[in-house]
Design a protein around this ligand. Structure first.
Ligand code: NAI
Length: 708
């Protein structure tokens, strides 16, 4: 095995080449190798300057994530100390940045005296996205080079910035415009030039940061308040930049370490890191070879140009894949294409697309009323009405029309994918692709693996999801799969809590304050009270067969024509963008409470939170136990990417781990006993949840055990 950092010499220049594929993750082995190579260079009298470059496609991706997860970044040599040693080097060091320098990788470059970059290179400090801050000097050195304003922007957004822009700003000293193969030589030449000019070592310790003043920081905090609501790390990143403005480098570094430790100990950091790893785990399917040969996806058919079909079509057109969009009637097709064009025009007006791009994308979407136009497509995604008979007719037609090997997918949000597959003679080619609304925006794609779905169909759709920038998570077949099945008890409790005397405002506030993008009553109003009602009617036995009071308030609102935002009344009354409480809700709830022999009472905020979230966690455990989800962490990825759960809570299962599974079980058992028949019906604790709690285990441990 070759060394993670190679040492060579070119005349009077030492070259340290980072050589730890795939991304030069700064694990202990690479850190030690850099240190050893640096010491060799330092002690060799012939060496006058040092270049640090990469043998790979990028300079350095930052911390080694596996080591980071295991806490191994604490092992010596630790990055902050190593970078201070480099910074204090008596011989100038040039960082040769190609590709990306992210996190610790950018901090490494910042600790060097000079930086040369390829024009396509990007640098960034994305630590805020995993709930922490750059802890190896990034927050102290960067503002010294580019000023506090831009540094604040970079550390709080985590977004990488082009080297060309950093050249203007002062964090890059030279951009090399020649061929990338010549880049390391260009860096060596640059180092020689510096020596020839007797250029000094440029430590950031000698630079001060101009303080933009308290007003700047106050305004900046205000400008990101909405986006960063509930997060812990953005504020600490800002405090680090403030420290850089006020303190000498050495003291600023100490402050950065202190705030880094503070971030690391928060549930926010644990949750955000959990989601970071969960998203990477989600595409690994137990028992399926990740190298399974894939089917090509060069063109796509979509059936139904409604809310979902149109959005799905845009995803493909956006990445240059041609789409045939099929409808039953001309007017529905025209309407659907019109909505798509309008969406693109809105993006153009906001300056996100040019008119030429709008035309190009529209040119990739061909409308059709004829199934024969789908004969050659590689995949068809059906998005017609949520009705089993219609879906079966569509799939039987697809079976007759599509070429052998075409993937036949349904966007159903609740229906049995195996039953749909059975309407064809090729159930192995059938799969569920559950997009979320608006389908061109929402990142989640729940992939529903049928009993007979072929492995290559599954792996092809995972890859396809990534190519259209979605986050795929695989679920098994059951009513509502993972997302909507878990959401059902959550929605049920909102309706029931209103029946018991809570106001929609109180419920919304508790859930919003916990971090959800929107509380439940508001969400139900937005999604449509009619949509939920009709879905439940299709599954009466499953819900009302067990309890006639099931979502009584929502049902009554539906019967009275209050469908939510679309009719202007629901849990609230809507006038334009304003919403007010709907006084009828309280009287409906009162009457229904009497009918169902429920005594209304004052309900605490804590009860609201537990009643909404814990049944979702309980259902999650059941979903896991039934093998519908492969991992608890997959459930978290679904709720964080498709249902507005705050990443800093890490999803429902991570939240349960954080508060302890026994806490969840005890609360569920309390409600089981205190809510009469309703409690006995709906608050049965999942056997898996009960077992894990009694063994003192977490869902994370369960996932680890299942993986081993
Ligand atoms: P929609 O009512 O907006 O659109 C359905 C479209 O399908 C209509 O334009 C209709 O003319 C067309 N259609 C009906 N039968 C057809 C047939 N036999 N051949 C061709 N076109 C036909 O419905 P939406 O909301 O787009 O839902 C479609 C599917 O996506 C449903 O299965 C739904 O459960 C699912 N879904 C909906 C979500 C949502 O938020 N709206 C979210 C995720 C999934």
């Amino acid at each position: 095995m070759s060394s993670p950092a190679l040492y060579s010499q070119e005349d009077n220049i030492a070259v340290i080449t980072l050589n730890s594929p795939p991304v030069n993750g700064l694990g202990q082995a690479l850190r030690s190798a850099i240190k050893a190579a640096f010491e060799t260079a330092k002690s060799n009298a012939e060496v006058e300057a040092i270049v640090i470059a990469s043998s790979g496609k990028l300079f350095c991706g930052g911390a080694d994530i596996a080591e980071f997860a295991a806490g191994g970044f604490h092992s010596e040599p630790m990055l902050p100390g190593l970078l201070t040693e480099l910074e204090n080097s008596p011989k100038p060091i040039v960082a040769a940045v190609n590709g990306m320098a992210l996190g610790g990788g950018f901090e490494l470059a910042l600790a060097c005296d000079y930086r040369i970059a390829l024009p396509g290179a990007k640098c960034g400090l994305p630590e805020v996205n995993i709930g922490i801050l750059p802890g190896a000097g990034g927050t102290q050195r960067l503002p010294r080079l580019i000023g506090a304003e831009m540094a604040t922007q970079m550390v709080t957004s985590g977004a990488p910035v082009a080297a060309t822009k950093l050249l203007e700003a002062g964090a890059i000293d030279r951009v090399f415009d020649g061929a990338s193969e010549d880049f390391v030589n260009a860096a060596i030449d640059y180092a020689k030039e510096l020596i020839a000019q007797n250029a000094p070592c440029k430590t950031c310790a000698d630079l001060n940061v101009e303080n933009p003043g308290a007003e700047f920081f106050a305004e900046f905090r205000k400008s990101i308040a909405r986006k960063t609501r509930g997060f812990f790390a953005p504020e600490k990143n800002i405090q680090c930049i403030e420290a850089a403005c006020e303190l000498p480098l050495a003291e600023g570094l100490e402050k950065e370490t202190e705030l880094f430790q503070e971030c690391m100990q928060t549930p926010h950091a644990r949750a955000q890191q959990h989601i970071f790893f969960a998203e990477r785990a989600a595409t690994k399917i137990p028992g399926v070879d990740p190298k399974t040969p894939l089917r090509p996806i060069k063109n796509v058919g979509i059936i139904g140009a409604g809310t979902m079909g149109g959005g799905i079509a845009m995803n493909f057109a956006n990445v240059g894949i041609p789409v045939t969009l099929l409808e039953v009637k001309e007017d529905a097709l025209e309407r659907g294409l019109g909505v798509i064009r309008n969406n693109y025009e809105i993006s153009a007006r906001k300056g996100r697309l040019t008119e030429a791009q709008v035309d190009e994308r529209m040119g990739l979407i061909q409308g059709s009323l004829d199934y024969a136009d789908l004969a050659d497509v590689d995949i068809v995604i059906e998005a017609v009405f949520e009705n089993m008979d219609i879906k079966k007719q569509v799939f039987s037609q697809l079976d007759k029309t599509c070429k052998p090997g075409a993937i036949l997918a349904t966007n159903t949000s609740t229906l049995d994918v195996d039953e749909i597959a059975a309407a064809t003679s090729r159930p192995n080619d059938v799969i569920g692709l559950h997009f979320f609304s608006p389908a061109n925006v929402m990142r989640l794609l729940e992939i529903v693996r049928g009993a007979k779905t072929a492995n290559d169909v599954l792996m092809t759709t995972i890859k396809m999801a990534q190519s259209i920038r979605k986050m795929p998570v695989v679920a098994g077949v059951c009513w509502g799969f993972i997302g909507n099945r878990g959401l059902e008890p959550y929605g049920r409790e909102a309706s029931r809590l209103v029946l018991e005397g809570a106001s929609p405002e109180q419920i919304d506030k508790v859930l919003y304050d916990w971090g959800l993008a929107m509380g439940l009553p508001s969400m139900i109003d937005l999604a449509g009270i009619d949509v939920g009602y009709l879905t439940r009617q299709g599954n009466r036995d499953m819900f009302y067969g067990r309890d006639p009071s099931y979502t009584a308030v929502c049902d009554k609102l539906y019967e009275q024509g209050h469908y939510g935002q679309k009719t202007g009344t629901g849990f609230y009354i809507y006038e334009g963008r304003n919403k007010q409480s709907n006084p009828e809700v309280a009287s409906i709830a009162q009457a229904l409470a009497a009918e169902h022999k429920v005594s209304q009472r004052e309900i605490s905020d804590q009860e609201i939170l537990e009643r909404c979230l814990f049944p979702l966690i309980n259902e999650g455990a059941q979903i896991l136990d039934e093998g519908i989800a492969y991992r608890a962490s997959d459930i978290d990825v679904i709720y964080c990417n498709g249902y507005g759960f705050p990443v800093y809570r890490g999803g429902p299962m991570q939240y349960a781990d954080e508060i302890g599974l026994d806490t969840v079980v005890q609360a569920l058992e309390t409600y089981q006993n205190s809510l009469g028949e309703y409690g006995k019906t709906w608050f049965q604790v999942s056997p898996l949840l009960k077992r894990l709690a009694s063994e003192g285990k977490s869902f994370k441990q369960y996932d680890a055990e299942q993986a081993s």
